[in-house]
Design a protein around this ligand. Structure first.
Ligand code: ADP
Ligand code: MG
Length: 237
């Protein structure tokens, strides 16, 4: 217990919530399989960032997460790697169409960044990733979805358009990520984010990331997460 406290102190993370898993200090301790480890070695990361050290074991244990950490802290990999583990388990168990993992992000630029990260690590398993954002061609995006996407990265408004057009459906989604939730809200996407959450099965795993944790985000967390572990790196602002 004391060791865990010390490690969290060194990492600068504060953890609240029932029975949070222990943080880890090295990639070898995540229990990832060899293909994923190889891809991580290829990326030349020497050790997990603090948010990764605590969020990844938590996500791998199946828990919902509220992750608060500033830009540049490595949050993308903190959700992409556990998402890939989840996907590899689920794709065998539940064949079908529609994505298993859905990541919502506020802008075209951010969704493309996440898309590239998901492709970089997902390619070791031949996973299909599709990115849908406002301003891009609806026709092209719907074609890509129809060809089958196990991971979809999308801006909230465009995701709803795609579902309305019946280019895809959310029935198979069991892993949902809300990235940069505060920015999505600033951009006016709160109704779309909530609507999507309400259309994804309630027994999903949900990870919410934000740079800040104000009232509206707290309310969203209360409404869409189940028994989350809250991980805060640095000062809460
Ligand atoms: P955030 O989403 O928190 O703003 P990103 O996920 O975009 O941060 O990561 C910021 C940068 O850090 C990226 O260039 C990413 O490749 C790099 N990065 C991620 N994890 C690690 C790590 N464990 N070690 C070194 N660099 C990392
Ligand atoms: Mg990010």
């Amino acid at each position: 217990e004391e060791q865990v406290r010390d490690l969290r102190h060194t990492l600068g993370v504060k953890v609240t919530g029932a029975l949070p898993p222990k943080p880890v200090s090295s990639f070898a301790h995540f229990g990832f399989d060899e293909p994923l480890m190889k891809a991580i070695r290829r990326a030349e990361y020497s050790q997990p960032t603090p948010i990764q050290a605590q969020a990844i074991p938590t996500a791998l244990s199946g828990r919902d997460i509220i992750g608060i950490a500033k830009t540049g802290s490595g949050k993308t990999a903190a959700f992409v790697w556990p998402l890939l583990v989840h996907l590899m388990d689920q794709r065998e168990l539940r064949p079908g169409d529609g994505p298993i993992a859905l990541i919502l992000a506020p802008t075209r630029e951010l969704s493309l960044q996440i898309y590239n990260e998901a492709k970089k690590f997902g390619k070791v398993y031949n996973i299909n990733v599709v990115c849908c954002y406002g301003g891009g061609s609806k026709w092209e995006q719907s074609k890509a979805l129809e060809q089958g996407a196990e991971i979809v990265v999308a801006t909230p408004g465009r995701m709803i358009d795609m579902v309305k057009m019946k280019a895809t459906n959310l029935r198979r989604v069991t892993f949902l990520v809300l990235d940069e939730a505060d920015r999505m809200f600033h951009m006016g996407f709160e109704p779309q984010v909530r609507s999507i959450c309400n259309h994804v099965r309630p027994d999903r795993q949900t990870l919410l990331f934000s740079a800040t944790f104000k009232k509206r985000i707290e309310r969203l967390a209360r409404d869409v997460l189940t028994d989350p572990v809250r991980i805060v790196q640095g000062d809460l602002n």
